[in-house]
Design a protein around this ligand. Sequence first.
Ligand code: FAD
Length: 287
Amino acid sequence: MIPPRFDYHAPVSVAEAITLLGQLGSDAKLLAGGHSLLPMMKLRFAEPAHLIDINKIPELRGIREDGNEIVIGAMTVENELIKSDILQAKAPLLCEAAKLIADPQVRNRGTIGGDIAHGDPGNDHPALSMALDATFVLQGPNGKRTVKADDFFLGTYMTLLEENEIMTEIRVPALAAGTGYAYEKLKRKTGDWATAGCAVVMQKTGDKVTHIRIALTNVGPTALHATDAEQALLNKPFDEATVAAACAAAIAICDPAEDLRGDIEYKTAMAGEMVKRALRKAWSRCA
Ligand code: FAD
């Protein structure tokens, strides 16, 4: 399938891209890896008259440390996350989970910023960002603002990004030594989106959970931060009863859409299973 006709723009700085967004208004779309946008254009779900390609903006790429935070440029591709020594040392959840996204070809072009900005509840980075308590940096004509991952997603394909803004950075707090983590993702085959997924970041003291973040993929109109499930575990011993209570609380917030991956009952049950597996794996990794 061939996408509709569009004009192509290739700015070399964020400032230039923001100016173009201002000039072209709602007729324009940013082009990152193109692995969500171009399929939508081919299916005529999106018909932008202008594409602003942000691949030629070096300041949007790369992974660096800033104090206790890891700063990931929005145009950093999945394969760069997988290979990053900084992430491996400070936020290994992202390296591990990125390997479960799509296939090697998509991971070579698809960007973390595009994965988040697209607002697709089936994408994996929204829930991962919530579990990691990430902050997104959005830049527009009036400068920069920051938004917590928890607050960014408004609905399916709807986010807090304004038409004239670019996501420039994803900022992730470095995990403290001994933090457990896991991303469990049920998919029908390699390269598929999640039927249900669960990201967990956890710390323990003795037999008790002292820090916990749980977020779910593809079982609601957005990624879901499972705060009640967290409360079921926080400052309690990690045992069968508390894990069961956390799974029940996570299941209670699921509102998946029925599709070829399964009906509502199946997806909800699988979300509970992913929570259980992610919690156990994260606990086993806590030191
Ligand atoms: P694009 O497609 O270029 O852009 C997507 C949207 O985000 C557009 O509206 C664009 O304007 C906007 N945008 C992009 N970057 C920015 C920015 N910096 N600031 C503001 N707006 C921006 N994803 C998963 O998470 N898990 C999967 O399992 C998975 N499986 C896939 C399987 C296949 C076969 C394919 C084709 C894709 C799959 N994807 C999956 C999606 C893939 O990860 C996409 O790359 C990702 O959703 C979008 O990133 P992109 O860089 O390609 O963005």
